[in-house]
Design a protein around this ligand. Sequence first.
Ligand code: FAD
Length: 393
Amino acid sequence: MADCCIIGGGVIGLSLARELAGRGAAVEVVCRDPVERTASWAAAGIFPPVADGPAATALERFTAFSDRLHWQWADELRAETGIDNGLRRCGGLHVAGTRAGRERLAAARTRWLAARVRCIDCDGAAVAVAEPALAGAVARGTVSAGVILPDEAQIRPSRHLDALLASCRARGVRITTATVQGLELDGRRVGGVRTDGGTVRAERYCLAAGSWSEGLAAALGLALSTRPIRGQIVLVRLPRQLLSRIVSFGLDYLVPRPDGRLLVGATIEDVGFDDRTTAAGEDGLIDVARRLLGDVDGAVVERSWSGLRPGNRDGRPTLGPVPGWENVWVTTGHFRAGMHLSTGSAVAVADMLDGAVPAPWLDAFAPWRAMESDDESVDAYLARVETAAVSPP
Ligand SMILES: Cc1cc2nc3c(=O)[nH]c(=O)nc-3n(C[C@H](O)[C@H](O)[C@H](O)COP(=O)(O)OP(=O)(O)OC[C@H]3O[C@@H](n4cnc5c(N)ncnc54)[C@H](O)[C@@H]3O)c2cc1C
């Protein structure tokens, strides 16, 4: 019998499995889908620069903690598995053209400066110098201002997941493909996980099932409010790479991969558990690329995909013990930042499982907190998508 059974084999479940196994625990991961079908695989892999000053919010502190761990994990994963997960500080350029867009960019700049994130202001001409492929967009008036964030980074989610899987296997983690159908309850403890392939038993259990965590947690009387928010992405093959940095344009972005491909993302859609791509989603993303780069000779849409981001109402993840139960923990609701927050979540939850007293700022993510809507909430993002669609020039 395993020391810990983790339900979910996305980046959150696999990172926790790796961390626990590295501390000597016998771990079993139960996951329904191949890794290519997870939200984690679908992610763009953008790591925004992080703030960690005295005024940082709990989420900023947690992001900074995770970010530091990622650089360490990237080296360890390369040494353990030979896989380079592509983590690199490529820098970002956030651009705007409409009045509303410039106002949003100015507000973001104020937040970045307050958080001591390095920013370089650009007018249109400076944008075109920094990224010559945007010169046409500047000439057309689509882009008139920008801010360079030299510390923005990217990771290749598919490679990171391959590296996590290889590391987990090398550390003795058992990975079982099965669908969890229910939990066996025994007093104040979970006694087993019922799957379509039989019952899995362990000393302790952790729910890390992304958008599907809410249903499992409900069986334990925990209301999570993790709702699926679909994101679609289009991958374009270019004759040669045109960008050196990640370019963000409102909520949309272009991520240049070193192999010449360009990832265009991402939709933010509240459509339940429908994880299909749509012609409208793909066309909208291609239009974003066209507005920024013009028509590029030889550019080919190679493929598109989508994933369901697990969004809590307040946009913050949920980490901690499930109230009222002696042997169950939860780690989910990472919304738009699960790739970035995965290492910190793994270490924080593994510490809790080891009985360590959590840092006080982790209370902000406690399963029993009251979830209030603020600027980072799922509803705020959905509202921003609406506003962006109707903003005047
Ligand atoms: C388009 C898009 C772009 C994104 N871009 C970024 C980005 O740039 N940076 C960033 O940090 N984050 C990004 N994210 C967010 C990030 O991908 C998610 O927050 C993260 O992947 C969530 O990971 P997870 O492991 O919780 O969920 P998932 O990856 O969805 O994994 C859930 C796991 O639970 C399993 N499961 C579910 N139900 C059951 C069941 N009943 N039985 C057994 N197993 C079950 C599934 O099979 C799967 O293995 C993006 C997401 C999307 C969709």
